[in-house]
Ligand binder design. Structure first.
Ligand SMILES: *[C@@H]1O[C@H](CO)[C@@H](O)[C@H](O)[C@H]1NC(C)=O
Ligand SMILES: *[C@@H]1O[C@H](CO)[C@@H](O)[C@H](O)[C@H]1NC(C)=O
Ligand SMILES: *[C@@H]1O[C@H](CO)[C@@H](O)[C@H](O)[C@H]1NC(C)=O
Ligand SMILES: *[C@@H]1O[C@H](CO)[C@@H](O)[C@H](O)[C@H]1NC(C)=O
Ligand SMILES: *[C@@H]1O[C@H](CO)[C@@H](O)[C@H](O)[C@H]1NC(C)=O
Length: 556
């Protein structure tokens, strides 16, 4: 008689004072047909992925090799997508009208446009357009695409040629916008100072509207309106460097009302002295166990970066922000660097990195201490080195794909890290076991800043509804360990019966306008995502009147 009582007490105790440990499992299913160097969640069932075309087995209807595809997470199949130009090594983002932009400087400095594509089957979304009248001001490979509060794209840095270190003459140390804000690019002293480890600079829009940028071991605060570097922020401790080709992965941790205090976390990278030439590096060089975390408020800056250690060293690790606010670090290697074979011993394995990191790491954001664990996380048996990706899907699991540290497609059996087409999912136990999850029954298609919306939801009885969190997310634009625009804003809500009333983010600094995803999290179990448009869906730049209300925030 006592036992059931004791167990139910334990269950309640467990869910309110300790975090539920999710048991994760890997499932391999299907092959991508192209090497997904870039991966973006675009609908409840579709993932957009792209690469250049040499050697990809997936063919377009005309028999040419595809360099882009739509991956269906229900049927585990890839549908080739016509791309008018080479998609290799770009950055990108959704802008305020739902179009995905993909800037990359090939010969004609194109900006590709895709969608908006919300049809579950991908119908109507068959082309990656590269219109002749839309282009960058300068050549850029490896730029970061950051969506800013007016819904435009800020295009940061990059190189004008394929390179390991980004120094003169390849470094493109400037910023530009699409739609354009002026006739010329904006030179950046910060990017110059971050040479030669400054490709895909890690960049985040803060609740103040300012932009935080980190590259190499330095970081800064930028004001778009006045084109000013407002402050040089603390250096990442212990010589750790984090942008390409020393890729560590950075995430903005969840923004929570009322202050939406921003904290950034970056894990992995390398503490190698960046004055050593590539010919003096090897793919067995140590990387770093270091995670560095800084709160971007005056008090947080005064404290500086706080260091936490992973159980092992990692580079080229992908970071996946989960609907509950935790972060999974997955893929990459324990030793070496990013990039194609350039280091002194790379010819032995055709890879700048070695010792694949097969077991993911979980960062438990809400805990005060011991945030990093591998409890509940299995190992994969598939190395995911350079040019591999991982992203959360609309179903709420993690899709893992790619790996090709080689300049060409290399079949299995020939070298340690051949081209990898196998797709895997990392599933939380509630998906594996088909356990009851919160369900969004009906919901709005748009969420305006500071406006209420109501929706019908079901929270299973087995989950405590008083733990409900409503997470509004940008699932990010994934490439080269960079999850640009990844973001989670906790929404204010009230739940009465099955009616959930939510309030949109107060303004566009908190969530720059674009397509987004809503997840309900109860008792550590999250729903499938619901895709909706945040903001009015108009073309950028959106006027101040469409960007919500000012709020007090302690964000720098
Ligand atoms: C792989 O996906 C197919 C199609 O959805 C499904 O029928 C099959 O059960 C899946 N296999 C595994 C191992 O999950
Ligand atoms: C950052 O890198 C520079 C240049 O390599 C170096 O002089 C400096 O000591 C590093 N900073 C830290 C905090 O390690
Ligand atoms: C790198 O340079 C140092 C100092 O000259 C030398 O001792 C070391 O052997 C070099 N390593 C490689 C892999 O070239
Ligand atoms: C690697 O092999 C290529 C082709 O054989 C050769 O051109 C290159 O010099 C080699 N690189 C090194 C660092 O040995
Ligand atoms: C979105 O806005 C951009 C910039 O104005 C424009 O080029 C693009 O055509 C727009 N997309 C749609 C679907 O209207």
């Amino acid at each position: 008689m006592l036992l059931p009582f004791a167990l139910s007490c334990l269950a309640i105790f467990g869910s309110t004072t300790a975090q539920r440990t999710i048991q994760w499992s890997f499932v391999q299913n299907g092959t991508s047909g192209i090497i997904p160097v870039e991966l973006i969640t675009i609908s409840p069932t579709l993932m957009l992925m792209y690469d250049r075309a040499d050697g990809n087995p997936l063919l377009l209807p005309n028999g040419e090799r595809a360099w882009a595809a739509l991956w269906n997470i229900e049927t585990q199949t890839a549908t080739p997508l016509l791309s008018q130009t080479d998609t290799f090594c770009a950055g990108g983002a959704f802008i305020s009208n739902g179009t995905l932009l993909h800037p990359r400087g090939d010969g004609r400095m194109g900006i590709r446009l895709f969608g908006p594509c919300t049809s579950p089957t991908g119908a109507g979304c068959t082309v990656f357009e590269d219109p002749a009248n839309i282009h960058l001001k300068v050549l850029r490979w490896y730029p970061t695409g950051l969506r800013i509060p007016d819904g435009s794209l800020m295009i940061i840095g990059g190189s004008n040629f394929n390179t390991f270190y980004n120094d003169a003459p390849t470094a493109v140390n400037s910023i530009e916008f699409f739609p354009s804000k002026e006739d010329t690019v904006r030179p950046s002293q910060f990017l110059l100072d971050a040479q030669p480890v400054n490709m895909f600079p890690r960049s985040v829009v803060l609740p103040s509207g300012h932009v935080f940028i980190a590259a190499n071991n330095i970081s800064m605060l930028y004001d778009v309106e006045s084109n000013t570097e407002l402050a040089r922020l603390p250096e990442i401790p212990n010589g750790v460097r984090i942008a390409n080709p020393f890729d560590g992965s950075l995430q903005l941790l969840p923004l929570t009302p009322p202050l939406y205090e921003p904290t950034v976390l970056v894990c992995g990278g390398s503490a190698t002295d960046d004055r050593r030439p590539a010919s003096n590096l090897t793919n067995l060089d140590p990387t770093t166990k270091q995670c560095s975390r800084m709160t971007l408020t005056p008090a947080g800056i005064a404290r500086g970066w706080q260091v936490e250690l992973m159980p092992d060293q990692r580079i080229l690790t992908e970071s996946v922000l989960l609907p509950n606010g935790d972060v999974i670090f997955i893929n990459g290697g324990h030793t070496g660097y990013s990039g194609y074979p350039t280091v002194s011993n790379a010819n032995a394995t055709l890879s700048n990195a070695a010792n694949p990191a097969l077991r993911p790491i979980l960062y438990r954001t809400s805990l005060a201490t011991n945030r990093i664990t591998q409890e509940g996380l299995p190992s994969s048996n598939i190395p995911r080195m350079y040019h591999s990706v991982a992203s959360i899907t609309g179903k709420g699991n993690i899709m893992v794909a790619g790996s090709n540290p080689n300049p060409a497609v290399i079949p299995p059996g020939t070298i340690p890290f051949p081209t990898e087409f196998r797709v895997e999912y990392l599933n939380p136990d509630f998906i594996t076991n088909n356990a009851p999850r919160p369900v969004i029954q009906s919901a709005p298609t748009h969420l305006l800043f500071n406006q209420r919306a109501t929706m019908k939801v079901t929270i299973p009885r087995s989950l405590l509804s008083n733990t409900l969190q409503v997470s509004l997310m940008d699932l990010g634009y994934v490439t080269h360990a960079q999850h640009a625009n990844s973001r989670l804003v906790v929404l204010e809500h009230t739940l009465v019966g099955n009616t959930l009333t939510i309030t949109g983010p107060p303004n566009a600094n908190i969530f720059p306008p674009a397509p987004a995803w809503l997840f309900l999290v109860a008792d550590g179990v999250w729903s499938e995502g619901l895709q909706l448009m945040v903001g009015d869906g108009g073309n950028p730049p959106r006027p101040a009147s469409a960007q919500g209300i000012k709020i007090p925030t302690n964000s720098i």
